[in-house]
Design a protein around this ligand. Structure first.
Ligand code: C2E
Ligand code: MG
Ligand code: MG
Ligand code: MG
Length: 285
């Protein structure tokens, strides 16, 4: 039938394209509205220092309180935000919000807490990125040494020279960088030496293989020893069991993040979590 009527077949595909483009547009519209209408919220997941057992910092993780669908996770809408470019204003909102909480945390008696924010590759397309981030942190008047940006290897590999320049500029302001989902990308380790990276986060897929695969153990050991030899700290993400924790402790992993200690939570729950741990006393020591 398609052969006899190429015209209708064409219209068929055209129609399909319109549906998916329409769907994308609707999601985009919803997201735009979400950004304006305060439907976006940051959750905070503690990161525990294995040497001191203190909460060293928190990762800020975006959530969408959708009026009909309830709480939507970032894996569902970050890709749409990236394709549409909306990730740029959303990303700035995330940094602004994180800076506000950073200030608040000191006032609440938790000084020295590190706030980590995820940055996606698409945010580098905004040529005013470093300038805008500079303006945000200047206006928020925060201690930039407590601000950390998490990047994946893909964020930088598109244009390594440009990424390097951005990172250096921000690094000069005191911001530090973490390489997220480490072990899943393809970048050559030699690239790392040219970037101001002070932390790597081992991807949770390796942690979850612990106890099931000897390879995962070897890879984790190798990452930790390589990172340490380059003066880079290591965070293991996705730690869910005591067994995983003990293995990582034995390997001198610096920090862990995962459901074993705490799930990502709203701000007021985090404040309660820190109070329950007697965190303020620890940090002020
Ligand atoms: P990520 O940066 O690698 O964040 C860690 C993810 O692992 C989070 O998922 C966290 O909830 C989850 N996680 C932590 N501990 C455990 C555990 O013990 N077990 C399991 N199964 N999962 C654990 P989440 O919050 O759904 O975020 C997913 C991804 O979305 C993030 O991965 C990050 O790439 C992206 N994302 C989140 N917030 C932002 C944002 O503000 N901006 C950008 N560009 N990306 C974001
Ligand atoms: Mg991250
Ligand atoms: Mg990660
Ligand atoms: Mg991830």
């Amino acid at each position: 039938e398609a052969k006899r009527e190429p015209g209708s077949s064409y219209r068929f595909y055209d129609h399909q394209l319109h549906i998916s483009a329409g769907h994308q547009l609707r999601l985009e519209g919803d997201l735009r509205h979400a950004l304006r209408g305060r439907e976006l919220e940051l959750y905070y997941q503690p990161r525990i220092d294995l040497a001191t057992d203190e909460v060293r910092g928190v990762e800020c993780l975006l959530r969408w309180n959708h009026p009909e669908r309830g709480l939507v996770g970032p894996d569902e809408f970050i890709p749409v935000a990236e394709r549409s470019g909306l990730i740029v204003p959303i990303g700035y909102w995330v940094i602004e919000q994180a800076c506000q909480r950073l200030r608040e945390s000191a006032d609440l008696g938790f000084p020295g807490l590190v706030f980590a924010v995820n940055l996606s590759f698409r945010q580098f397309h905004d040529r005013k990125m470093t300038e805008t981030i500079f303006r945000i942190i200047f206006n928020a008047n925060v201690d930039t040494s407590l601000l950390e940006l998490e990047l994946t290897e893909s964020a930088m590999m598109h244009d390594l020279d440009y990424a390097q320049r951005c990172l250096r500029e921000l690094n000069q302001l005191g911001i530090s960088f973490a390489l997220d989902d480490f072990g899943t990308g393809f970048s050559s380790l030699s690239n790392l030496q040219h970037l101001p990276i002070s932390l790597v986060k081992i991807d949770k897929s390796f942690i979850q293989e612990l106890g099931h695969s000897a390879d995962a153990e070897h890879i984790i050991r190798a990452i930790i020893s390589l990172a340490h030899s380059l003066q880079i700290s290591v965070v293991a993400e996705g730690v869910e069991t005591e067994g995983q924790l003990e293995f990582l402790r034995d390997q001198h992993c610096d920090e862990i993040q995962g459901y074993y200690y705490a799930r990502p939570m709203p701000w007021k729950d985090l404040v309660q979590f820190l109070r329950n741990r007697g965190q303020a006393a620890c940090l002020q020591r």
